[in-house]
Design a protein around this ligand. Structure first.
Ligand code: Q9C
Ligand code: ZN
Length: 347
């Protein structure tokens, strides 16, 4: 298995996060990626390879130009305005206010492009998010070259909450979506994206919602109780040409491996029926029991089982790292997943 990692993904480093009304240490912090990298290094799965630099054109297949330019310049504009610290939105348009045209004011633009307050733009956010996309693209290029059947891209910040023109849920640029589009652009006609992260990947769903060449399948905490709250319900099944090519499996809090695996059976069948040429897995490990943000009940050994069921897809798989906030355990759980996938299941 080919592994891709760039230390540039550490450059996004938020000063704090408002959680339940209290400013504390961010859940999504650089050590997450450093710990996964260290665990991969120790696991003997192969060397971590520095991703290549890909041109922006790949990114712009999925994200809007104005949004990309906003992300690239937002923190510089924040400092130029005499602000300190991280750029955080403070004002949003309510649904009955007049429809927004792209505003010019920085604060108005922050509210226009962000959908939450937990995703600060820091001095290094652009560099990190851009490196995260290069990491995803390097994995996709490996799969597209036909020389390898599997790759793991250690992306950070994560991506699956980011849409074509919005950020949130710790995500700025959608690495899984950019990778899937890259595979399509390199001759593949059907790509499935499977998203086992605890949270619904609203951005990925949105990007491919009207398309039938990319199937999006997500198992996640019911948005009736969990972030991102307004999307991820079972009746969201795609639109137009994409009707039937979006599948959500909202699951109750406390879902354990056996309940998750039941839902996965149906998810797997739909992926098989689609007969994809490759599968992109948005690998979040925040399904772990005790994850500080999540309420599923996976035990550590269940990640080996997860890798095992993913290997049954029997087509090339690109793993893109997403969530997981139990900092000391996420590396081991990524390794368990990859070992399980490779048939070297270890509890
Ligand atoms: N302030 C991913 O797993 N909800 N994003 C947090 C704490 C946040 C998670 C509530 C969830 C975003 C990629
Ligand atoms: Zn998540």
């Amino acid at each position: 298995m080919k592994l891709f990692y760039s230390p540039r993904v550490l450059d996004h480093d938020a000063a704090g996060e408002i959680n339940r009304g209290v400013v504390g240490e961010p859940f999504e912090r650089p050590e997450r990626a450093a710990n996964v990298a260290a665990a991969l290094n120790n696991a003997g799965l192969g060397l971590l390879v520095e991703p290549a630099s890909f041109p922006d054109e790949h990114l712009l297949r999925v994200h809007d130009k104005d949004y990309v330019e906003f992300l690239r310049s937002a923190h510089r504009r924040w400092l130029n305005a005499g602000r300190k610290g991280d750029a955080i939105p403070m004002c949003w348009r309510a649904d009955r206010m007049r429809p927004a045209l792209l505003p010019t004011d920085l604060d108005a633009q922050l509210g226009y492009y962000a959908f939450d307050i937990m995703t600060p733009i820091t001095e290094g956010s652009w560099q990190a998010a851009r490196a995260s996309v290069d990491t995803a693209l390097s994995g996709a290029a490996h799969i597209a070259s036909g020389t390898g059947q599997a790759a793991f891209s250690l992306c950070r910040p994560p991506g699956h909450h980011a849409g074509s023109d919005y950020y949130g849920g710790y995500c700025f640029l959608n690495g899984a979506a950019v990778a899937a589009q890259f595979l399509i652009d390199h001759g593949m006609s059907r790509i499935a994206i499977l998203d086992p992260d605890y949270h619904h990947g609203n951005g990925t769903q949105d990007i491919f919602y009207a398309r039938n060449d990319v199937l999006y399948v997500s198992l996640h905490a019911d948005p009736a109780t969990d972030f991102p709250f307004y999307t991820g319900f079972a009746d969201e099944i795609g639109i137009g040409d994409g009707l039937g090519f979006n599948l959500n499996f909202p699951l109750a809090r406390q879902t354990d491996w056996s309940a998750w695996a039941d839902a996965y059976g149906a998810a797997e069948q739909s992926i098989r029926n689609f007969s994809p040429e490759a599968v992109v897995v948005s690998l979040g490990v925040d399904t772990l029991s005790g994850d500080p943000l999540s309420k599923f009940a996976f035990q550590p050994e269940d990640f080996g089982r997860l890798g095992g069921v993913l290997s049954r897809l029997s087509c090339p798989v690109l793993f893109v790292f997403e969530g997981g906030y139990a900092i000391d355990q996420i590396g081991a759980n990524v390794v368990r997943t990859l070992h399980g996938f490779l048939g070297e299941y270890i509890a």
